[in-house]
Design a protein around this ligand. Structure first.
Ligand code: URP
Ligand code: ZN
Ligand code: ZN
Length: 470
């Protein structure tokens, strides 16, 4: 039996804020109280002056995911280690059902990768790119027997991963009856495709045209359509990487009517806006993600929505591609689109910077409370995707996934000091206050300041319960 006590920390959950000790026995929280007795066999960790937070839960990452000709530069190993240094102890990544690969085979492949490389705990959503009777049956099986209760479907990228409205509706109808949830990438793919073709025909090849061909109004249109499909299917729906006020207004309207609509946004939409696209420079490829960065008005609306619970989560959509071709041996990265913006792999890194940037720019700047910070980054992701109360809180019986966070420590974010494979971070040079000091995964110390103490393959697959409930 292993026993540890975290002594005198400032414990913060989505609802609590107090000073106490935490007794951890065999990886689970066993007791919380004042002056807990430590036996000779108990390791004591001093948390005076530190926030004691539940480990972050990031429900949108892409480790070793392939899109078209490009594969994200983080493996399961490097990406999850990087997540740990950033205070995240559980991710929900993606298994990919594509042409010729069934849902269950996709899950098995993803689980094999996870088992070999994961440094923190993990689950998967399945990306579903086609729907037939077998796929629907497999999805149902996945919810009940594989611990996988959420599925991503794309309303964008025709000819690749896009599915039509009928497919989305069928999938929603089925998962709604069985405790699952569809996560939608909501952008109108066929219109965007047309705009891309027109831009290229006019010789517009620079990265900024990525943003100009993906208008906010087409995210709004797809979001509205997705909500109506979910209403008809009587199923909950989740919008990934919501970026635009034109989309947000439909989420707000539906939620006000009591429709079970949920949405995340990502740090890049909270801290950057479309003014960055004001150049023909290829260096702007670093800002190529979908949806693209939006207006300052949208950004302000996202912050408000985080406060008012119109947005429920901050996930990273960590989908890293390097700016330099060949960095750490990775090929087909951002430079693939040097002469054609539509070939730039979409996505940015962020798994290591989520907690520190949101603490600094959200909590310290007075935009969100400390409890809300925990709710957005840990508790609600766990609740919405069937991980709670094993994950997402500090409570007796929960896994001892715990972050000791120094609220006063200043540091400068730089790609050089990050632990993933990507050669850039959008936050390069940003000075922030608040730093992850120590991270425990099921009671084991895996990060101690700059030292990695965890184990490759030490992360466990988490069998999730139903998605879409509260
Ligand atoms: O640009 C993005 N978001 N890349 C990752 C894939 C996705 O759509 O989430
Ligand atoms: Zn997406
Ligand atoms: Zn994504």
């Amino acid at each position: 039996m292993t026993r540890k006590i975290i002594r005198n920390g400032h414990i913060v959950t989505a609802v609590d804020d107090y000073f106490a000790d935490i007794l951890i026995v065999d990886g689970q929280i066993d007791a919380i109280g004042r002056n807990l007795a430590a036996g000779a066999d108990t390791t004591v960790i001093d948390a005076v002056g530190l926030l004691v937070l539940p480990g972050g839960v990031d429900c949108h990452t892409h480790m070793d995911n392939t899109f078209g000709d490009s594969t994200t530069c983080d493996s399961f190993e490097t990406g999850t280690r990087s997540a740990a240094f950033g205070g995240t102890t559980t991710i929900v990544d993606f298994a990919f059902q594509r042409q010729g690969v069934g849902v269950l085979e996709a899950i098995e492949r993803a689980r094999t990768k996870g088992a070999a490389g994961a440094c923190i705990d993990y689950g998967f959503h399945v990306i579903v790119t086609g729907v037939d009777a077998q796929v629907l049956a497999d999805m149902q099986h996945a919810i009940r027997h594989e611990g996988i209760s959420s599925f991503k479907m794309f309303m964008a990228y025709p000819g690749s991963v896009m599915v039509d409205d009928a497919a989305i509706f069928q999938a929603m109808r089925m998962v709604g009856q069985h405790g699952g949830m569809i996560a939608l990438h909501a952008e109108n793919g066929t219109i965007i495709d047309l705009l891309i073709k027109e831009a290229l025909a006019q010789g517009h090849t620079a990265p900024k045209y990525h943003a100009l061909t993906r208008p906010a109004i087409m995210e709004g249109e797809a979001t509205h359509r997705g909500i109506k499909l979910a209403e008809l299917a009587q199923a909950p729906v989740y919008f990934v990487h919501l970026s635009a006020k034109e989309a947000l207004k439909h989420v707000v309207e539906a939620r006000d009517l009591g429709v079970p609509v949920f949405a995340e946004t990502c740090p890049h939409y909270l801290f950057f806006d479309d003014s960055v696209y004001d150049s023909d420079d290829f260096d702007l490829a670093r800002y190529v993600m979908s949806p693209p960065l939006r207006s300052k008005d949208s950004q302000n609306a996202l912050w408000t929505a985080l406060r008012t619970d119109d947005l429920q989560l901050v996930s990273t959509d960590h989908c890293p591609f390097c700016m330099k071709e060949g960095h750490l041996g990775r090929v087909n990265q951002k430079p693939l689109g040097r002469n054609d913006f539509s070939k730039i792999p979409n996505g940015v890194p962020g798994v290591e910077t989520r907690m520190a940037t949101l603490y600094d720019g959200g909590v310290r700047s007075g935009r969100i409370s400390l409890n809300r910070f925990v709710e957005l980054t840990s508790t609600t992701p766990a609740k919405l995707f069937g991980l709670f109360p094993q994950k997402g809180t500090i409570a007796v019986g929960s896994d001892a996934d715990i972050v000791l966070f120094d609220p006063g420590e200043e540091h400068v974010i730089t790609a050089k000091n990050q632990h993933g494979n990507c050669d850039f971070t959008l936050f390069e040079g940003k000075r922030v206050t608040g730093k992850v000091r120590q991270v425990m995964l099921r009671g084991e110390l895996i990060v101690d300041s700059d030292r990695w103490l965890g184990e490759v393959g030490g992360g466990r697959f988490v069998f999730r319960g139903e998605s879409g409930g509260w």
